[in-house]
Ligand binder design. Structure first.
Ligand SMILES: [Zn+2]
Length: 418
């Protein structure tokens, strides 16, 4: 079988034909080159207005990288024609296999982008002997196409979360769709200010915003204000996972301070190495940690232990069915905490009190909203930004996040290369 036959099966070129397809050796490496020619009488298409025009001249042959075969690089070789276009003047023609000045064929760019979903961009670059830049640009192309072609119909539930981007020491705001059948990243914005989230709603549009039924977020004030203003009809749920993380921070603060005091008084350091005993869910402890926790709990005079018991007691809150009784429980819990003289815990209780209604929305939305989803998606987003992909720029982070979490559509290919 000839290579030309295969090429005609996997990549037909409308208006063009494969001329000579051959193998040559360059610096000890085998390369496959496929020369392309326009069909006889095929008129060049103007890249400015997409109209067929008459030929003006022909440029020197250019190489376009195609999907490698058996470890051999494959290139299309073609001498671009210039069109004498009545409306645009003299312009380079448009060809079906590549975009603008890109020296990668569209098929090869989709191929690289496909692999970039499965491994890091630098791994893709070295596996296919190309550059990180080429991989980045290919993924960017795939993301652009996907964003243009995705549907934003029927979105009812949103999750809003922040992500700390350590490389630039700044926050990003991520908005997810968290409907039962469709969980994906919808939007990314810089920082986590009023302006950031307003930017989302401006892009999302008033009509879609009015159709939202549930929004899940943290108690972060700018988010609360914008959601109330732009989608006041939606049930705004404060995420259980975020409340737990505020509590964990409070316990950590109590413990760290107490450990320091005990140390200063020359007492045996009970509290060193106890951080995870107090922060983990009891059912997740190892047997050894369980013994450690039991010993620790015997010292009920410790502030850390009292804080821990308060945190564990709040677990019962989530098992209520009725928002009314959950509310009664929450009031009692907050009262106990306010009498505990544990300042970081009191801070959390004050916060829960002032957002009482939004927290009770959790019970009103139960069964209709998959609540753990935001946590899961954000965990993945964190892994992506942390991976050493060489994400120096915001653009690269943005592209990587959309690519992995956006569930973006792809064109229908006549042949799938990966
Ligand atoms: Zn034109």
């Amino acid at each position: 079988m000839r290579l030309k036959t295969i090429l005609n099966r996997v990549q037909r070129l409308h208006g063009f034909v494969y001329a000579r397809v051959g193998m040559l050796e360059e610096r000890g490496r085998l390369i496959i080159e496929a020369e392309i020619r326009p069909r006889a009488k095929g008129r060049p298409i103007c890249s400015g207005c997409n109209a067929a025009g008459s030929g003006y001249d022909t440029l020197a042959p250019r190489h376009f990288k195609f999907v490698p075969l058996w470890g051999m690089p494959v290139a299309f070789v073609y001498a671009m024609r210039r069109v004498d276009c009545p409306s645009c003047g003299v312009r380079v023609e448009r060809v079906p296999w590549a975009e603008g000045k890109n020296h990668l064929t569209r098929t090869y760019a989709w191929f690289l982008a496909g692999w970039a979903k499965r491994m890091s961009w630098s791994d893709v670059a070295s596996a296919f002997r190309t550059t990180w830049e080429n991989v980045f640009r290919s993924v960017e192309m795939a993301v652009q196409w996907g964003l243009q072609h995705r549907s934003l119909d029927g979105i009812e539930s949103l999750g809003i979360d922040e992500l700390y981007w350590s490389r630039r020491h700044q926050y990003l705001t991520l908005v997810y769709q968290i409907d039962a059948g469709a969980k994906r990243l919808l939007w990314i914005g810089k920082k986590r200010t009023l302006k950031t989230l307003l930017g989302f709603f401006r892009w999302f549009g008033p009509e879609r915003s009015q159709a939202l039924r549930f929004i899940c977020s943290d108690m972060w004030k700018p988010y609360l204000r914008v959601v109330a203003k732009k989608a006041g009809q939606a049930i705004h749920v404060l995420d259980r996972f975020h409340i737990a993380s505020h509590l964990s921070k409070a316990i950590d603060e109590v413990r760290a301070k107490e450990a320091k005091e005990l140390h200063a008084r020359g007492l045996q350091p009970f509290l060193t190495r106890t951080r995870w005993l107090l922060l983990k869910r009891p059912e997740n402890l190892t047997p050894k940690q369980e013994i450690g926790l039991a010993e620790l709990l015997l010292r009920s005079n410790l502030r850390s232990v009292r804080a821990y018991l308060l945190k564990e007691d709040l677990q019962r809150f989530w098992s209520y069915v009725s928002p009314y009784w959950a509310g009664v429980f929450l009031n009692r819990w907050c009262t106990r905490v306010m009498r505990s003289r544990l300042e970081p815990m009191k801070k959390v209780a004050r916060m829960l009190r002032s957002h009482r209604e939004l927290i009770l929305n959790w019970f009103r939305a139960r069964g209709q909203l998959s609540v753990g989803v935001v946590e899961g998606l954000n965990g993945k987003a964190r892994v992506i930004t942390k991976r050493a992909y060489g994400f120096r720029t915001y653009r690269a982070v943005e592209v990587a996040l959309y690519h992995s979490l956006g569930r973006l559509p792809e064109p229908d290919f006549t042949h799938r290369f990966c």
